[in-house]
Structure formats: structure tokens, C-alpha cells
Design a protein around this ligand. Sequence first.
Ligand code: ATP
Ligand code: MG
Length: 313
Amino acid sequence: MTKKRLLTGLKPTGTLHIGNYFGALKPFIDTYEEYESFLMVADLHALTSVRNAGEMHRQILDMAKDYVACGFDPEKGVIFKQSEVPEHTELAWIFECLVTVPFLMQAHAYKDKAAKGLEANAGLFNYPMLMAADILLYDTEFVPVGDDQRQHIEYAREAATKFNNAFGEVFKEPKEVILEGVGIVPGIDGQKMSKSYGNIIPLFDSKEEITKAVMGIVTDSEGDVPKNVYAIHQLFREETSLTALYEEHKGKYKNLKEALAADIESVVAPMREKRESISDADITTILKEGSEHARSVASQKMAEVRKAVGIAL
Ligand code: ATP
Ligand code: MG
């Protein structure tokens, strides 16, 4: 039986934290082999905000290394770089010619910017159509998303429908799979862990940095169980053993934090070691090979599109 196709994109911006790991990476790694999976490093999307070439290049390689270190096997799925497949921007243009400005004005990223009184660049305004192209070029059946990202799929569906109505059936409408993540992982201050809140526990930093972040978890002075520590700890230890540990060290916040740091270390250490074994040259080769594979799929689809709209000679 042929596997159904799945695509997921990641913006190479910033350092991964344990919220990203339990909310996005791990659920993806646990299921990607059930599908014909495409993992896209979305560097063109990152260009809506990154203005530094060195930083961009570093983050592309780092993001790809992160996924491989967490268990993605390039033999079992395709990892590729978006900008290596120019069909993405070509198809995005065609979609942009089909949807209206008021429709794009409803997109969350644009609305959030506008609500803050900031001016969005045209790339950010149009990005839902680039994302629609990312998905539709591969006849993607499933797109794993967090609950907050359903709108992306709705935009892709709308682009597919508009195109099919105008030019005939070329695109499949994608479905979303809501990843069974762990819900929202809290940060060291108890709010959602987010890189933009500066409250993260990094995933691949040194043992010392991770320990420092854990020691900085905000604890309330009431009660025996420091709830912010416990909420993170339950991701790393099963309940019976966790309850016993918190019983044994009742009220001793420092001991409990040390135990958490040690538990994080035991999960992270093998991944960190794997990550350090991947050179820049290794990951560049992996990305180039994956991109060639992706392009061979995308260019066939694009030939169909050019014919359907009448621009093929
Ligand atoms: P930003 O502060 O810039 O929004 P972020 O830290 O929220 O960054 P994103 O890049 O927005 O991270 O998210 C990447 C993925 O990680 C998404 O799938 C998102 O749902 C997931 N994720 C982010 N933060 C958490 C969290 N605290 N708990 C669970 N999942 C998370
Ligand atoms: Mg976020």
C-alpha cells in the first residue's frame, strides 16, 4: 500500500526549547514513518523577519541538525530547504493572483502586526499563499499542526478551490492532523514557554545552561509542591516515580530542581551527542539531496499547473 503524503514546515528562527520539543518535534518524530513525509526548512518564510545572512545560514543548518538529532532519519523521510525548490514561489504568485486583499487581511500573522500598530512587509502579508504553495505542490494529504495553526490549512484549501474552479481540478484539498502533543508546556515563569517571552529551558544548550534555567524556575512560597517545577518535571518522569520523588523531597525546592535538571540531562544528553556528531558538511549534503528529491516532485506538479493556466509553451 502506498503511504499517504505528509508535509510539515519549520521556520529556522531561534533556538529550540523543551516546549518545541514536546509540542512539535517529538510528536512529529513519533509518527512521520507512517507517511511519505516531507520536512521543509522554511527559509523563505524566515526572510519575512531575518535580516542577517550569517544568522540565516547558521539557523538553516542548525534547524536541520536539530531534527536529525531528535530522531529524524533522512533515509525514511525527505528533509529539504524551501528556497532550493523555486516552484514554491512560482506557485505562490499564481495563488496570489486568485485571492483577494481582504481575504489575506484576515490572516493571523498580518492581523496581529496590524493590531500592534506595526506595518507588515508585503512578504508577511502574502505568506499564506506561499504556505498554500508549500502544501499543494506535493499533493499533501496531511499537514500536522498545533491547534493554533488551523488557519494555514484553511488558506491552502481556499487557494486549491479557487484554482480548481478557475482552471480545472489540479489540486487536492489538504487535511490537518492535530498532533497529539502534550498541550502547552509552561516556561520558567509559569506562562507558556516561548522564545519571545525569554522564559525557556533550551533543548540543546550545555548541561550548565540547562541547569541554570531550571534553577531559575519561579517557585511560589506556599505549599510543598513547586507547581512550575512539577509541571515541567511530569514530561520527563512517569507519575508514580514522580509522586514518590516529590513526597521524599517535600518542600525542598532546590533538591527537586536538581532532580529535574538531572532528568532533563538524561533525555537530552544522547541527542546532544548525536547533534555534535553531525558536521555542517554532513547536514548540507543531506539538505541538498532532500531538496533534489523534493524538486523532482514539485516540478512535475508545476508543469501540470503551467499547462492548466495556459502559460506553458
Ligand atoms: P515565538 O515566541 O516566536 O512564537 P515559540 O517559542 O512559541 O516562538 P514557535 O516557533 O512559535 O515557538 O513554535 C514552534 C512549534 O512549537 C509550534 O508547533 C508550536 O505549537 C510549538 N510550541 C511552541 N511553544 C510551545 C509550548 N510552550 N508548548 C508546546 N508546544 C509549543
Ligand atoms: Mg509561537
